[in-house]
Design a protein around this ligand. Structure first.
Ligand code: ZN
Length: 423
């Protein structure tokens, strides 16, 4: 069965965020707080990235989120982008370049893939996600060259024997006389042999057909995304793990309704997620439905603890079975009732249903095959070490603004140090 990407719509009833919104703020105690825990409007929370005051936007149309009271900081936008979750906010598990590499790699051996712009970054990402095994071998000539360079000046090469800024600067200085592209030499003299890990095929979304399948594939993709962001944007991983945590507390429910629509009796089902009990949620939904139709009967067919996180995948999978009624987006045709009930039974028998836990992978250190993707973001430790004066004042519980004023540092910097301390 093919997944229909276009027809999927994210429910506004859920607490879950639509892509690219900030959903967490930091309270006075320095704790992360989800938008669902505050009232709409002015809040006492600040942005985790710039320390700016936040407003809670809890309207009827968009998913609930926070907005900056004044200027939106670039970092929160970047963070929201980095925290876009696969299988929840989007259903393409890989970006275009990663997908291109995997598609080609399935057809050709790694030596026979013509390189394309961004290929090496894609390979690094795929390796970080655990989808690709990468072996690197360098030519004898490059190996000799590295030994000689290290002998002349050890600062020319980094720990992984890649050229440092010092060496690149020499290449730049001589550019008017000889044209040597040092990065290009490294790239051309390094051969990458890749192989696709089995988990890539096992967890492809178009191979999943049941709730149980979706639960395990989703666990895989969320972890893979987290691991990738640990490498690319370590400062945003806290937000990602908070989003996943919020998602993991959701339970999955299956309700059945009999109602009168235009003098006809119809039955339909609803698949949704909630943090409350099935009965509490059922009475709410019934109340909402009664505004549009006359509900004759409402019942809970099934309920699975901590399985709510697969709701977006189920809505996506069953998109063609949607039942259209007013603006409701989680209603489905009664034909799929029995298969869903069966699937709920299967997962409820698996006694291991607990909230999903993402492994904290602090040890991720992967070789990068290309060193030109910009400045590496500072790690938490580096930030803390670099700004001891900020750390000291923050420990006195001074406000971001005050610390910025006293140290003469940007508020953004103070906030980054603060986030690093909070981790
Ligand atoms: Zn901000």
């Amino acid at each position: 069965m093919v997944l229909l990407i276009e027809s999927y719509e994210i429910s506004r009833e859920t607490l879950l965020e639509k892509t690219m919104y900030l959903n967490f703020g930091i309270n006075e105690k320095g704790e992360w707080q989800h938008v669902s825990t505050v009232n709409s409007g002015q809040t006492a929370l600040v942005c985790p990235f710039c320390g700016g005051a936040l407003l809670a936007k809890k309207g009827q149309v968009n998913a609930h989120h926070f907005a900056h009271q004044f200027d939106t900081c670039l970092e929160s936008v970047e963070a929201a982008k980095a925290a876009t979750l696969p299988t929840v906010d989007k259903f393409e598990m890989l970006n275009a370049k990663e997908q291109k590499y995997m598609d080609r790699r399935e057809r050709y051996s790694s030596n026979n893939i013509y390189s394309f712009t961004g290929m090496y970054d894609a390979i690094s990402d795929l390796e970080a996600m655990g989808l690709l095994k990468v072996e690197k071998s360098i030519s004898q000539e490059l190996s000799q060259c590295q030994n000689m360079l290290a002998g002349i000046d050890p600062t020319f090469l980094d720990d992984e024997y890649y050229p440092t800024e010092n060496l690149l600067a020499i290449g730049d200085a001589l550019r008017g006389f000889i044209n040597i592209d040092i990065k290009d030499i490294w790239l051309k003299q390094t051969r990458l042999t890749t192989s696709i890990n089995k988990c890539y095929h096992q967890n492809k979304l178009n191979k999943q057909h049941t709730i149980s399948d979706f639960l395990s594939a989703q666990t895989f993709w969320l972890q893979a995304h987290y691991d990738k962001q640990c490498r690319l944007n370590p400062e945003y991983t806290k937000l990602i793990s908070k989003k996943i945590e919020a998602l993991s507390t959701q339970h999955l429910y299956l309700f059945k309704f009999k109602a009168v629509i235009d003098h006809n009796e119809v039955t339909f089902i609803k698949i949704g997620m909630t943090t409350r009990t099935a009965e509490e949620r059922l009475s709410e939904v019934t109340c909402d439905l009664n505004k549009h139709v006359k509900v004759l009967k409402a019942e809970v067919l099934s309920y699975a603890k901590y399985a709510g996180r697969v709701e977006p995948l189920l809505h996506h999978y069953y998109a063609k079975d949607r039942f259209y009624l007013a603006t409701f987006k989680e209603l489905f045709n009664i034909e799929i009732e029995s298969q869903l009930v069966e699937q709920f039974e299967v997962i409820n028998k698996q006694s291991s249903l607990t909230p999903l836990k993402i492994r904290r992978n602090n040890s991720i250190k992967l070789p990068s095959y290309k060193k030109d993707s910009g400045r590496r973001p500072k790690t938490r430790k580096e930030l803390i070490n670099e700004y001891p004066e900020i750390v000291e004042l923050l420990k006195l519980n001074l406000s971001i603004r005050e610390v910025a004023r006293q140290t003469g540092r940007a508020k953004n910097t103070v906030q980054r140090v603060r986030s690093a301390l909070l981790y």
